[in-house]
Design a protein around this ligand. Structure first.
Ligand SMILES: [Zn+2]
Length: 263
């Protein structure tokens, strides 16, 4: 199993990161993609992932980080991002994207679009997939992605769109990743969306420390809970959990060009 989105670099794991990784491995998680969300965290992620075979860096600027960053620094940050990504062994650009609530919090949608465009250009130049955050901004996201395309693909992480929104994003070559909400009994929309996605485009993630799956909801999430997400998705699809595990693992290896499992 591959956790395609886990913020294990964050402060929530400061005290016990090593044990969290060990528990994940014991639960069958072979690889974890660690997305950066702000320039201040990039160096730490690169170092963390260099020191641990199963961790893979991705670097980007999360739209929710933009209200705390000076817009005058956006271009410099994007130039720094490309420098950091080059030769860092990173497997993706991101996370980046568009966020309705962040627009209300002070980062205009125009600024968010410009920063996203910068990420997409870097992804094209470095031939890397992108990890996309898209919250209440699906139409704007589609417009940005349709502009120049994504030759190395990408992921709509923690996909929260509807079944109707799947086809246009799938046509762009995107993957769709699911997290803890597929285990929450109340989450009907992601279940219907999951059934509309081609199997070859499905991924799983924990998004830890957030989006904790049932029955741990309310507590901190961790990558060792990924089997619960796989089970939730398998229930939604009406497929055996083993099949969902096998398919999503192969999809993630192909997208992020991860080597086959180490002995
Ligand atoms: Zn995230």
């Amino acid at each position: 199993m591959i956790d395609t989105h886990c913020h294990i670099d964050g402060p929530a794991f400061e005290a016990d990161r090593r044990q969290v990784v060990e528990r994940a491995r014991a639960a069958g998680v072979t690889d974890i993609v660690v997305p950066g969300v702000a320039p201040s965290g990039w160096e730490g992620i690169v170092e963390l992932c260099r020191g641990e075979d199963c961790l893979h860096a991705a670097l980007g600027i999360h739209p929710q980080a933009l209200p705390d960053l000076d817009p005058g620094d956006d271009d410099r940050h994007l130039a720094d991002l490309e420098t950091w990504l080059t030769g860092s062994g990173a497997v993706a650009v991101g996370e980046c994207g568009l966020d309705g609530p962040a627009a209300a919090a002070g980062a205009s949608l125009d600024r968010q679009r410009a920063v996203l465009r910068g990420h997409l250009a870097i992804a094209r130049r470095l031939a890397l997939p992108v990890l996309l955050h898209s919250l209440r901004a699906q139409d704007a996201m589609r417009e940005e992605l349709e502009r120049d395309g994504l030759p190395s693909g990408g992921v709509l992480h923690s996909f929260s769109g509807s079944a109707e929104q799947v086809a246009p994003f799938a046509a762009l070559g995107l993957h769709f990743s699911f997290a803890g909400p597929v285990t929450w009994g109340s989450a009907r929309k992601p279940l219907a969306a999951a059934r509309a996605i081609p199997l070859a485009r499905l991924l799983v993630e924990t998004d830890a420390p957030d989006q904790t799956p049932h029955p741990h909801r309310g507590g901190r999430n961790e990558p060792g809970y990924l089997p619960l997400v796989v089970r939730g998705l398998s229930d939604a699809l009406g497929l055996p959990a083993d099949d969902v595990e096998r398919v999503t693992t192969a999809n993630a290896r192909r997208l992020f060009l991860l080597p086959e499992e180490r002995p």
